[in-house]
Design a protein around this ligand. Structure first.
Ligand code: NAP
Length: 253
């Protein structure tokens, strides 16, 4: 039956940046669909754990700072220690630095690129190796952005990193589809989380953005849930290298 294809019973899902925002929303959804969830955060994911355990779901936290590749081993071995295998990786953790392009420092550029792009690649590589070893396929879901398609304003390092994510999603999908590894991405539109707190507190920018969203509202972590469960499940086994926009129609405008 079709709805059975969306079930994640017996699967282990790792979500980076699971303590808050979109990562928390996706972690809860994957657990509701039946997956055991490993939440990765540089600080406690206690709130996410509480939400998941409230409905009898299984959640383990792995503390890791994803600003360097030193975290890669910590994340994979933490997940394997907890549940013995991995099936789904959601590369959600990310940062944004707003600054005029003429003023961006090299240190700030590197910080954004390292977290949003470099560590995402090496974490995906480590998971792909493990999936190949397990001989049972696997799912990698990256979090892209409207700035994977557009230039944005005062966020050049973020735009560079999220454009790279969409390219990387295609590149890795091409190489790993033969191992039954699906690499796809979700491109959220403008969502009400910490990431957009600064934008939403600027009345002019906030009005400007809201008036361009056909759905007429900012997105929420819950809006990510259907797409992430689909891309994590058997229901998307023939979807490779695709970026799904969850944007209230922003790109259609
Ligand atoms: P958020 O609330 O700021 O969440 C970002 C997450 O990444 C947090 O859990 C954060 O941890 C974590 N993180 C950042 N740096 C980290 C590090 N060095 N090590 C470990 N974790 C780190 O914003 P969000 O909107 O939910 O963002 C989630 C993803 O969606 C990001 O990739 C973002 O770029 C993307 N996105 C968001 C929007 C939007 O409109 N909100 C739109 C498009 C794409 P802390 O809580 O400790 O900082």
């Amino acid at each position: 039956m079709i709805l059975d294809l969306f079930k994640l019973d017996g699967k282990v899902a790792v979500v980076t940046g699971a303590n808050t925002g979109l990562g928390q929303g996706m972690a809860v959804a994957l657990a509701e669909a039946g997956a055991k969830v490993v939440g990765v955060g540089r600080r406690s994911c206690a709130e996410t754990k509480e939400k998941i355990e409230a409905f009898g779901g299984s959640f383990t936290e792995v503390l890791a700072d994803l600003s360097t590749t030193a975290a890669v081993d910590t994340v994979l071995s933490g997940a394997l220690d907890a549940y013995g295998r991995v099936d789904i990786l959601v590369n959600n953790a990310g940062i944004i630095k707003r600054c005029d392009a003429v003023d961006v420092t090299e240190a700030d550029w590197d910080t954004v690129i390292d977290i949003n792009e470099k560590v995402v690649f090496f974490l995906s590589q480590a998971f792909a190796k493990q999936y190949i070893k397990q001989q049972d396929g696997g799912k990698i879901i990256n979090v892209a952005s409207m700035l994977s398609y557009q230039g944005g304003i005062r966020v050049p390092s973020y735009t560079a990193s999220k454009s790279a994510i969409m390219g990387l999603t295609k590149a890795l999908a091409n190489e790993w589809a033969k191992y039954n590894i699906n690499v796809n991405a979700i491109a959220p539109g403008y969502m009400a989380t910490n990431n957009t707190a600064q934008l939403r507190s600027d009345d002019d920018r906030s009005d400007e953005i809201l008036s361009r969203i056909p759905a007429g509202r900012w997105g929420t972590p819950e809006d990510m849930q259907g797409a992430v469960v689909w891309l994590a499940s058997k229901a998307s086994d023939y979807v490779n290298g695709y970026t799904v926009a969850v944007d209230g129609g922003w790109l259609a405008r």
